[in-house]
Design a protein around this ligand. Structure first.
Ligand code: SAM
Length: 315
């Protein structure tokens, strides 16, 4: 459906949990607790997906927290893949443990995966994720390739941390048939709020003048895509701060505890829980109304105060 600005809202980011085995430095604080008691179950997810499909959602990304911590992820993928109108289904994951589960996820209908990988250096990866194992993430990446699942890599650049690896990631896009997307740091967590740690996307283009713009694979994607002659893959820039893309934003978010959030950078939410009991009567109407009034743009700025950490919203 279209909102008051005429934006076609067809892309749902559905968070399945706020739990995650990692604690990426830009996502949440080290000691933040994670709750699982309010996570939506299969019946509620089924009601939600049906209502969104009727409202014109054709693209669904399952996220978190970490979707792999849900033991029923394969069932959820199967459920979502069963909606004929949901033509693009993917997950965003840190890929720790993905290698073991990719065959069943693929069998359930998963065809695309976004893997977060902020460093190709084991020690830096462990530091940035506060405990992650780079070898596991790379094993997940390879297993996804082998299973025929398309892969995009997400790299959040943090000045003074992994910005020295820009060339290595660009080289990866040159050698491998995958998209490497550099994401600008957004103001979640104390580190994310530090504007001087943000690396504007323009810096990557200055370092790599061989990159030229190409048309997006999908008009709802947030990244601007680039490639260079001889590249097997692409380089994507996701610049929510330096280049707001709100006027083209087609996204809707639902948190793992059932709150509809129409903008990542606006704290306003609608609690859907009361409409997710029983047959879900009234849900369609509540969604329609809240979706119509999607905020015009995010309010990230130096004054922005995130009420929820990124893992509690679903990135
Ligand atoms: N656990 C999964 C993962 O690691 O991909 C899914 C959830 S994670 C919150 C989703 C995405 O949000 C990741 O690509 C992550 O890098 C990004 N993200 C989290 N905090 C961010 C921040 N402060 N700025 C920019 N991107 C962020």
């Amino acid at each position: 459906m279209r909102d008051w600005m005429g934006r076609d809202l067809h892309y749902l980011r559905l968070s399945l949990t706020e739990r995650c085995g990692l604690k990426c430095v830009y996502c949440r604080e080290e000691n933040a607790a994670c709750a699982d008691k309010e996570e939506l179950g299969l019946p509620e997810l089924s009601l939600l997906l049906r209502a969104f499909a009727e409202l014109g959602v054709t693209k669904v990304r399952l996220t978190g927290g970490e979707p792999l911590v849900r033991r029923d992820l394969e069932q959820i993928v199967h459920l979502a893949a069963g909606f004929e109108t949901i033509r693009d289904l993917s997950i965003t994951t840190n890929a720790q443990g993905l290698a073991e589960r990719i065959p069943d996820l693929h069998a359930a209908g998963l065809r695309r995966v976004n893997i977060s990988l902020d460093s190709l250096d084991e020690e830096r990866y462990r530091r940035m994720t506060r405990g992650g194992d780079l070898r596991k993430a790379l094993a997940g990446l390879e297993a996804a390739f082998r299973a025929g699942v398309k892969v995009k890599l997400n790299v959040v650049l943090v000045r003074g941390e992994n910005d020295g690896e820009i060339d290595d990631f660009v080289a990866l896009a040159r050698e491998c048939p995958l998209d490497v997307r550099f994401i600008e740091l957004m103001p979640f967590s104390a580190l994310g709020a530090c504007g001087d740690r943000r690396v504007p996307g323009a810096e990557i283009l200055e370092r790599h003048p061989e990159l030229y713009p190409v048309s997006a694979r999908d008009f709802s994607q947030p990244s601007e895509d680039y490639r260079a002659d001889g590249f097997a893959g692409r380089v994507g820039l996701i610049n929510p701060i330096s280049h707001k893309f709100c006027k083209d934003c087609t996204r809707i978010r639902v948190t793992s505890d059932g709150r509809l959030r129409m903008c990542l950078g606006v704290n306003q939410e609608t609690d859907l829980r009361p409409w997710l009991a029983g047959t879900g009567d009234g849900l369609y109407q509540v969604l329609r109304n809240a979706m119509y009034w999607k905020p015009e743009s995010h309010s990230f700025s130096e004054q922005y105060q995130a009420v929820r950490a990124m893992n509690q919203i679903g990135g």
